[in-house]
Design a protein around this ligand. Structure first.
Ligand code: ATP
Ligand code: MG
Length: 411
């Protein structure tokens, strides 16, 4: 129960501050939202263990928020305590009908609030100790290339951001690039802790909450476990640590994206073996094609299925390169997508803003958004998401247009 995540949805700043202090002092992790629409988004992404919800808020009423929370798979069973100044039995009945679990009337005593929170959390602990674990483990996308500078990190960071923005579900980005990771630069994040600062010997004792405390959250909602920043720490990142982290994180998010470095070193192998999809960028030059062929051969030798590999032809340089048909012929593998050379990539790094968050009408963003869609799960394609993001709406329109040409799935 200690460390349980509580989302407070309330527009009264004085009250939220007070409640935050009380609950934080009790060891809970607290997040505050001031309106219902933001709270729905946070609830879907952050997946709190309990929600404290005000009734009268600007925009969306607390009852409506409750109904929407109950309709979302991620929060269908999350305990909700309604905070209200209203006291009539009809009001309370309306709240219970909408799906709240408990009521607390303002002004309330701090001790009473804590007792009610604890009571509800105890209840779910007993009834459903592992609901989160029992869901489908995260679809795991590993970005890999033996050739440095082919756009591996750029694509990993952009796809992870895009998945988070598209589906508004928990997405984690893991930076396994050694000896120094660079996803943090692309996302303009400065994590205090990272892979290199994980305990040297007894990491096996870490549970998911401990691992999550090493992560930082990007504005897109993406959770990010930063890569090594001191090259001397790189040796701490073993295949065992990588396997352990993937095993702990996979059951806790919807998508797991991993950036790797350009070798078959232990942590990369751990990631490749657990990948559902291996995204391999290849630049249109002889050296890159040769290394990609080498990588494909090794994957075959270690019995990783070829079908998992998606090749992306990424023109990191502006000079005319090899034609995609020629590359496909040499590699014996089709190219999934072509990304043209654009200065936007360099600008994005300098501004610390992923390209996918720039102009949605640009060809580059359109290509990346469609790539994100194509890398998503069949289940996500097939049902309408609880929260229809702007990116989802845009891609839906495009996918519907291309369906008659490319078949129902549109892959
Ligand atoms: N399509 C593109 N057009 C122009 N520049 C690109 C393109 N794709 C990537 N870049 C730029 O190429 C450089 C290398 O990209 P990135 O760091 O993502 O590759 P990498 O394979 O992860 O390299 P490494 O891990 O060896 O540093 C970056 O400066 C990035 O901004
Ligand atoms: Mg890289």
């Amino acid at each position: 129960m200690a460390g349980a995540k509580i989302l407070i949805v309330e527009d009264d700043a004085t009250l939220t501050e007070l409640v935050s202090i009380v609950l934080t002092r009790e060891g809970f992790t607290v997040k505050v939202n001031n309106d219902g629409a933001t709270a729905l988004d946070t609830a879907a992404m952050w997946q709190p263990d309990l929600i404290l919800l005000d009734v009268m808020m600007p925009g969306m009423h607390g009852y409506t928020v409750t109904e929407k929370l109950r309709a979302m798979a991620a929060t269908a069973k999350t305990p909700i305590i309604m905070l209200t100044a209203k006291q009539s039995i009809q009001d309370k009945a309306r709240g219970f009908e909408a799906g709240v679990d408990d009521y607390i009337t303002k002004p309330f005593d701090n001790t009473e609030l804590v007792l009610r929170v604890r009571a509800l959390l105890r209840h779910i602990d007993i009834q459903a100790p592992s609901t989160e674990e029992s869901t489908q483990p995260a679809r795991t996308l590993v970005f890999f290339s033996l050739r440095g500078g082919s756009g591996c990190t750029s694509l990993a960071a952009n796809v992870a951001t895009g998945l988070s923005l598209m589906w508004r579900q928990p997405v984690t980005l893991l930076d396994f690039a050694l000896p120094i990771g660079s996803c943090d630069v692309l996302l303009n994040l400065k994590p205090r802790n990272n892979l290199g600062s994980m305990p040297k010997q007894d990491y096996a004792q870490l549970d998911y909450a401990d691992i999550e405390s090493f992560m930082v959250q990007h504005k897109s909602g993406l959770r990010f476990l930063g890569g090594v920043t001191h090259a001397t720490d790189a040796e701490l990142v073993t295949e065992e640590l990588a396997s352990f982290l993937i095993g702990r994180i996979q059951p806790k998010c919807h998508y797991l994206v991993i950036d790797t470095s350009h070798s078959f070193a232990g942590p990369n192998l751990a990631a490749l073996e657990r990948a559902d999809v291996i995204v391999m960028p290849v630049t249109p030059d002889v050296a890159s094609v040769r290394m990609t062929l080498g990588a494909l051969n090794v994957l075959e030798e270690i019995h990783i299925k070829r079908e998992k590999v998606r090749l992306i032809l990424n023109a990191t340089f502006s000079e005319s390169g090899l034609e995609s048909e020629r590359i496909e012929k040499v590699l014996g593998h089709s190219i999934d997508r072509v990304i043209l050379h654009e200065d936007a990539w360099t600008k994005a790094v300098n501004f610390g803003r992923p390209v996918i968050q720039t102009d949605p009408n640009s060809t580059l963003v359109t290509t990346l958004e469609t790539l994100v869609w194509d890398l998503s799960t069949d289940a996500d394609w097939e049902k309408e998401p609880d929260i229809k993001s702007d990116m989802w709406k845009r891609v839906q329109r495009r996918v519907r247009q291309r369906r008659p040409v490319q078949g129902a799935a549109g892959r």
